[in-house]
Design a protein around this ligand. Structure first.
Ligand code: SF4
Ligand code: FES
Length: 249
């Protein structure tokens, strides 16, 4: 069993200044997940009549992208290619001090404690992250359209982005380029995505800029911290898509 000191960001609401608060926690099993460890803390806090720590989670299996925790200065913690909910306490040692903070980015304002508002990502998606489907009765079976294996694989890899925002949180410029480029690439590589290709990239980039995300300076921290291993190659593809769409427009 492990004894830990947690230093957790507490912030009552969006306008509260917020501060780090120390919580000693004992009896933690190395087999617990990181979120189960926070559940134990919250159970203790509730038992003492104190306000539990607010944190986001849903699937707890690396799919939904909501568990946006900055742990010991890294998005999703010390392990690579996993989300905070997939992190286990065996990644830490007995006696460790663990710093837990929310994502920090102007476009992700803190709602409460460790929860941030990532609706800026939703608005970027709504600006172009979709395809039109012909529902006239002539709809072609998707499997009848030949697609090169290499493109199908790359499109699938891009589609694994879970919209967690770790790329933004780990970027010194709070750039959302990796996220947006994954969403653009997912369609740019497939015939189904060609109908709206020009509008898609222009509108999604415009929305990204309006939301207050910073510029990309090719630092590459996003790729390192992305739990799904989304490649920087997608950013290069989006830049090409953007240039050719601008020339058409
Ligand atoms: S690109 Fe990676 S880090 Fe960024 S939102 Fe998608 S899955 Fe998360
Ligand atoms: S809770 Fe869904 S990805 Fe972590």
């Amino acid at each position: 069993m492990m004894n830990l000191t947690l230093k957790i960001w507490r912030q009552k609401n969006a306008s509260d200044k917020g501060k780090m608060v120390d919580y000693p926690l004992s009896g933690i099993s190395p087999d617990m997940s990181f979120l189960e460890m926070l559940d134990v803390l919250n159970q203790e806090l509730i038992g003492k009549g104190e306000e539990p720590v607010a944190f986001d989670h849903d699937c707890r299996e690396g799919i939904c992208g909501t568990c946006s925790l900055y742990i010991n200065g890294r998005a999703h913690g010390p392990a690579t290619k996993i989300t905070a909910c997939q992190l286990h306490m065996r990644s830490f040692k007995d006696g460790d001090t663990i710093y837990i903070e929310p994502w920090r980015a102007e476009a992700f304002p803190v709602v409460k404690d460790l929860i941030v508002d990532r609706s800026s990502f939703d608005r970027i998606q709504q600006a172009g992250g979709f395809i039109s489907v012909n529902t006239s009765g002539n709809t072609q079976d998707a499997n009848a359209i030949p697609i090169e294996k290499e493109n199908a694989d790359k499109a699938f890899d891009a589609a694994t982005c879970i919209g967690c925002g770790a790329c933004v949180a780990s970027c010194k410029n709070s750039s959302a380029m990796l996220f947006v480029s994954a969403k653009v690439s997912q369609f740019a590589l497939l015939p189904q995505g060609q109908v709206e290709a020009t509008d898609r990239v222009l509108n999604m980039v415009k929305q990204m800029d309006e939301e207050g995300f910073g510029n990309c300076t090719n630092t590459g921290a996003c790729e390192v911290e992305c739990p799904k291993g989304i490649s920087l190659e997608n950013i290069a593809r989006m830049n090409r898509e953007y240039l050719s769409a601008s020339l058409k427009g």
